[in-house]
Design a protein around this ligand. Structure first.
Ligand SMILES: Cc1cc2nc3c(=O)[nH]c(=O)nc-3n(C[C@H](O)[C@H](O)[C@H](O)COP(=O)(O)OP(=O)(O)OC[C@H]3O[C@@H](n4cnc5c(N)ncnc54)[C@H](O)[C@@H]3O)c2cc1C
Length: 431
């Protein structure tokens, strides 16, 4: 491979890009990371980092730093199903981590950019990428400019697009999309001070999902998701519709109204779900650029961390072996898709807002009585426990016992006959 200016250029320096640049630099590679944004800065995203993502920050030596920003750890969570059953438990431990954190992106992204610089990566903020540079069909660099400056060309053995769901790199290489889904939900969130909380809270209501978590500076973030088709009606009166939703969640509305809204409402219907082919000659994609999913399950940041690790393993092996980079990147695709697909399916299922079926009612009723079972189910929602393992008959038998399992099986049979669509345990999500 001809000598280039850098081993790797990473376009985008938030959770996917900064993590990738840091891990590559720690392997001794020459890395340039660029972003049109400057840090610290916010982005349209809530920020629950699920336990597997926290386990990665721990492994990277960054969890203490995150905790030092004041981001509170959440260990206990309460899931109100909306049909009279409440699951209250703790996230099960995973690779040394046992809590979810919900740091503001202003702090999280800046912390990762600092860590990338400390590892030896060059990070250019306020740098816009305009186009890719090619040698034949191989990407060999990019052209861009520091804001207000002249265009420059930078070259590398690999250009990584970590530039989000509207990725410039993915568009330039025409990366093929697959399992593509138009938005199923819209999202609305804001921050509150003075709300009494004792952990995380999740609510399922007809056509609504609500997530409430403590975040930085003593604030509480309250997130409302609804079906994409209801977005125009919601947008017509955001505050009233938002508070109506919280009022339908036990005493949550009253607790929030007793506090003060600290920031403006954020609202978006732009929540597609898709995989993209994440590699080709001289290029790769990581984070939302390569795999974006509806945020209803809060998995995007953890996915970005996981895929940064997978990509960096492949790149380090490929560059070491002098010429086998493309083969190693094919392995990255396979490992990413195997790791991501179960949660992708579960996310689409939850984003469909199907009413709970008889199976769900039997299952959640049985789970609620058993703390170990509740914790394991919370592990499914966090991404630490695969749904396939959770719902295997042997596992359910151990969790809920033979009588409850028989009731669940009967409900499933009956549901099949009545052609109802059980939500979590039955029919897979539409592809
Ligand atoms: C409403 C909402 C709520 C969410 N809630 C959660 C949650 O609770 N938990 C969770 O895990 N995930 C959540 N997500 C998903 C999460 O935000 C994303 O998965 C995550 O931000 C992806 O990170 P990324 O680094 O891949 O991309 P991004 O965060 O989108 O960063 C991409 C960067 O690339 C830069 N860039 C783009 N184009 C160029 C260019 N041409 N030149 C230079 N720079 C460029 C941008 O400036 C940007 O800084 C949510 C998303 C939304 C929309």
């Amino acid at each position: 491979m001809p000598v280039r200016g850098y081993d790797v250029i990473v376009v985008g320096s938030r959770v996917a890009g900064a993590a990738t640049a840091m891990l590559l630099a720690r392997r001794g590679l020459r890395v340039l990371a660029v972003d049109r944004a400057r840090f610290p800065s916010d982005t349209l995203s809530t920020h629950q980092i699920q336990v597997p993502g926290i386990a990665r920050l721990l492994r990277w030596g960054l969890l203490d730093r995150l905790a030092a920003t004041g981001a509170p750890a959440t260990r206990e969570v309460r899931l109100d199903t909306g049909f009279g059953v409440v699951l209250a438990g703790r996230y099960p431990g995973h690779e040394g981590a046992d809590a979810l954190y919900s740091p503001r992106r202003t702090r999280l992204d800046a912390l990762l950019v600092d860590a990338a610089r400390e590892a030896g990566a060059e990070v250019r903020e306020g740098f816009d990428v305009d186009e890719l540079v090619r040698d034949g069909d191989r990407v060999v660099g990019l052209r861009g400019r520091q804001r207000g400056g002249a265009a420059v060309t930078e070259t590398a053995s690999l250009v990584v697009g970590a530039d989000g769901k509207r990725s410039t790199v993915a568009a330039a290489v025409q990366a093929t999309a697959y399992r593509e889904q138009p938005p199923r939900t819209f999202a609305c969130y804001t921050y509150w001070s003075g709300v009494a909380m004792s952990g995380g809270e999740l609510y399922q209501r007809p056509g609504r999902t609500v997530a409430v978590f403590p975040t930085d500076d003593g604030l509480t973030i309250a997130y409302v998701a609804g079906p994409a088709g209801e977005f125009p009606a919601f947008r017509a009166d955001v505050e009233a519709r938002y508070l109506d939703t919280l009022d339908d969640c036990g005493d949550l509305g009253a607790r929030v109204r007793a506090g003060q809204r600290a920031e403006r409402f954020r609202l978006t219907p732009d929540l597609p779900s898709t995989f993209r082919m994440p590699h080709g000659p001289g290029w790769a994609l990581v984070g939302d650029a390569g795999l974006v999913l509806d945020p209803i399950t809060g998995q995007g940041i953890g996915n970005a961390f996981r895929d940064a690790e997978l990509l960096v393993d492949a790149v380090a092996a490929g560059l070491d072996s002098g010429g086998r980079l493309d083969d190693e990147l094919a392995g990255y695709l396979a490992r990413r898709d195997a790791a991501a697909t179960p949660m992708y399916d579960l996310t689409l299922e939850l984003a469909a807002f199907r009413p709970p079926g008889a199976v769900d009612r039997e299952l959640f009723t049985a789970l609620a009585a058993r703390p170990t079972a509740v914790d394991q189910f919370l592990g499914v929602l966090s991404g630490a426990v695969p749904m396939s393992r959770f719902r295997s008959p042997g596992n359910l038998l151990g969790l809920v016992g033979p009588r409850a399992l028989a009731r669940i099986a009967a409900a499933r049979l009956l549901g099949g006959r009545r052609r109802t669509a059980p939500r979590l345990l039955g029919a897979p999500a539409q592809r």
